[in-house]
Design a protein. Structure first.
Length: 336
């Protein structure tokens, strides 16, 4: 059976009160999560946890409520499932002769569910969210959390994240990498490189002129051709073979980046210099020009359904490794 890959992203948990961004404390996150858990797991209830934004319907389930998964060893980890009910565009059941048949659910009121996984670290105020385009982005997660905050106010007569009242909103910004080039020095077994040159292709050509490096010569030639073709953006993707001996040459990548760094720093366009490789035996994605993509990880699993035990056990381990980096590199402070 083919292996499948889950992609993990990390976000800071913050709050805004009007135009202000006061510090969010551990007890506020704990109170918000408790308020969400007080809402009913019943779509027909007036205090329902289900949220329909008019397009999609989502729900959040915590460990022990319905589907059990391993409890974390760390008291500051709060794991859960983020679910979207699939009300349209159903897949078909297919037999060995190619026949298509509608999927039969156990109850006519049920829907197919798309699921993703999250872990909240209440101590350093960080969210781990597994990427699943069928459930929604971090913005969907943010919208749901703020719906829960408002719903809890109406149901229980209090805002779980004071002060600010109705002006309070929870937000999840990317965690910025302070020194992506230092992480690039640690990266090994680079399997792919993506370069996007936007804006002034003529300037890129001028900066690369005079270099005898093959990589710089190729990029300069591509920039010339793109201009002749009246293009405004140049995208280049390089991929290696599957074996470790077939990985991309890191020295060549570093040489090209150094040649192009002056161009990248001289413009404010949407450039990209991103690669996939290993740091400390972990698959990582690193974009030297867009630091918010730094804190991202992956792991693989096998099977038709995602095994909850395996997934959450792996998430706890990955998160525990990353939280040390957030504290040491990004200045996150633990709150007891």
């Amino acid at each position: 059976m083919n292996k499948k890959t889950l992609t993990i992203r990390f976000f800071s948990i913050e709050k805004t009160v009007g135009t202000e961004t006061p510090l969010l404390h551990k007890n506020e996150i704990v109170n918000l999560l408790r308020a969400l858990q007080r809402l009913d797991l019943d779509r027909s209830s007036s205090q329902s946890r289900f949220y329909d934004d008019g397009i999609d319907e989502r729900c959040m389930i915590f460990n022990g409520e319905r589907n059990r998964f391993p409890a974390p060893h760390f008291p500051y980890f709060v794991p859960g499932l983020f679910i979207k009910r699939r009300a349209s565009n159903y897949p078909f059941e297919n037999d060995d002769q190619g026949n298509l048949m509608p999927i039969k659910l156990s109850d006519e009121h049920n829907e197919l569910a798309e699921v993703t996984y999250f872990v909240v670290d209440t101590s350093i105020r960080v969210l781990l969210l597994v990427n699943n385009k069928y459930v929604g982005s971090s913005k969907s997660f943010e919208e749901y959390i703020n719906y829960g905050l408002q719903k809890a106010q109406g149901a229980f007569g209090e805002i779980p994240v004071p002060p600010g009242g109705a002006n309070t909103r929870i937000v999840f910004p990317f965690i910025v990498n302070e020194d992506p080039e230092a992480d690039f020095d640690l990266m090994e077994n680079i399997s792919s490189l993506e370069i996007r040159v936007a804006g002034s292709l003529r300037l890129a050509e001028e900066i690369l002129t005079g270099s005898a490096d093959d990589s710089a010569t190729v990029m300069r030639t591509l920039a010339q051709y793109a201009q002749k073709s009246r293009a405004h953006t140049l995208n280049v993707t390089l991929s290696s073979g599957r074996g470790h001996t077939d990985r991309l040459d890191k020295r060549e990548i570093k040489r090209l980046y150094r040649r192009m760094k002056r161009f990248f720093e001289s413009t404010e366009d949407d450039h990209k210099f991103s690669m996939k490789g290993n740091i400390d035996e972990e698959t990582r994605y690193l974009d030297l020009l867009n630091a918010e993509y730094f804190h991202r990880s992956t792991f693989e699993y096998e099977g038709r359904y995602v095994p909850l035990d395996t997934v959450f056990t792996r998430l706890y381990s990955i998160f525990n490794e990353y939280r040390g980096r957030f504290i040491q590199q990004n200045g996150f402070e633990e709150e007891p």
